[in-house]
Design a protein around this ligand. Structure first.
Ligand code: SF4
Ligand code: SF4
Length: 380
């Protein structure tokens, strides 16, 4: 269950991708271990925004192409769906090259537009009311296709975080609001979501990943790898090792480890294929820290919030005043302005949705004084 395969792949050239995907799936029993003839298979790439594939914001269309072909060879019917942050699924799929692959392969584009309530979890601690895209219930199985990227709020977006796209449209900001500035609560919701969706397989596009201010405004970096596994937590554990990141800096992994969820620790993972340390990039820029990593009493945290955390700031030179950030800010902490929106930092919950969705990379991460000081001292 915790087997994860790591396969080197340095190019998106079609034949090379097909060969690497076949090699990646072999230790897991091949695609026929997951897909039976006649089954409908929902492939869930990262389609955050309509950006060209080389920007590394979305799952590369050639990875999707190879997976669709694998599903079809196993006798399955491939659906491709997501609920992008901005724009319709069709618009985003066209811009990021996914629509062309869907048309070429005869797969079905299945935009997430309608929701159904997910079954209530047994645990009273779990998020009780999650409504998910209809297609995740209609398909026989889900294949999760994340892009490996940093994430300014959660630290990393990979196998677990990619499943947040199963929430349709405005349900995403509603959940941000429900969690508020409590990142652990938001991470718990993501873990609940992964437990309910239970993708049969996750295949990660880490050929070119994203570093820095991910998931929307970071920079592409060549990593040269694909990862696959059945347990999203185990896949994320290997992804963190591949990038040389501390699991404690990824909120979902930190919480999963604290709860002893199976596969959250690298020591529990059965690793096949390449050695993650050998494939690790020479340098990788993580998302900027947004919290001090040692315990601060909650009362002090509330009082010194601006100094102990990181909050968004607008880059005057880059902002074009388009207002997209204002429209998508979950607590409505932003006010439109013809020149540049204003942010009410007292109302801001630090979700960084504005940074994720700004098409011009105009939202910066501003670390508070005590946060910078604590990071400086820890680095010594
Ligand atoms: S910060 Fe970005 S999204 Fe917001 S108004 Fe400026 S350009 Fe538009
Ligand atoms: S200003 Fe940005 S970080 Fe703050 S709540 Fe709004 S979207 Fe989230």
């Amino acid at each position: 269950m915790n087997r994860v395969v790591l396969e080197p792949l340095a190019t998106y050239e079609r034949d090379a991708v097909a060969t690497a995907v076949a090699a990646l799936l072999a230790p897991l029993g091949g695609m026929s271990a997951f897909v039976q003839p006649g089954q409908t298979v929902l492939l869930k790439p990262n389609m955050l925004a309509g950006k060209a594939p080389e920007k590394a914001v979305t799952t590369h269309p050639e990875i999707l192409h190879a997976l669709i072909r694998e599903v079809q060879r196993a006798g399955g019917e491939a659906w491709v769906g997501d609920s992008p942050g901005i724009g319709s699924c069709e618009q985003v799929a066209r811009k990021c090259g996914i629509l062309a692959v869907v048309a070429e392969t005869g797969a079905r584009l299945a935009p997430f537009t309608q929701s159904r309530p997910a079954p209530q979890p047994a645990s009273p601690d779990a998020f009780q009311h999650l409504e998910l895209a209809r297609e995740v219930f209609d398909a026989d199985l889900i294949i999760n296709l994340p892009k490996l990227k940093t994430h300014q709020m959660m630290g990393l977006t990979c196998a677990v975080k990619n499943l947040f796209g199963a929430l349709v449209g405005m349900r995403k900001p509603q959940l941000h609001l429900q969690a508020g500035s409590d990142k652990a609560r938001f991470a718990r919701m993501l873990l609940d979501l992964a437990a309910r969706l239970r993708p049969a397989l996750t295949v990660v596009d880490a050929v070119v990943a994203m570093e820095g201010a991910g998931p929307g405004s970071g920079d592409p970096i060549e990593v040269g790898a694909l990862l696959a596994g059945t347990n999203p937590l185990a896949v994320d554990a290997v992804a963190l090792e591949l990038l040389g990141l501390n699991p404690e800096d990824c909120w979902t992994q930190k919480l999963a480890r604290a709860q002893n969820l199976p596969g959250a620790r690298l020591s529990e993972v059965e690793l096949c294929g390449a050695d993650p340390i050998r494939l690790r990039p020479a340098r990788f820029r993580p998302a900027q820290a947004t919290d001090v990593s040692f315990g601060v009493p909650p009362v002090l945290h509330r009082r010194l919030r601006r100094s102990l955390s990181a909050l968004p700031a607008i880059d005057k030179q880059r902002c074009r005043g388009c207002g997209l950030c204002v429209k998508h800010c979950p607590p409505a902490a932003m006010t439109p302005d013809p020149l540049m929106p204003r942010i009410d930092l007292n109302a801001c919950i630090g979700c960084f949705c504005c940074q994720e969705l700004c098409p011009y990379g105009a939202i910066l991460t501003r670390q508070g004084l005590l946060l910078r000081l604590s990071r400086f001292l820890l680095a010594k």
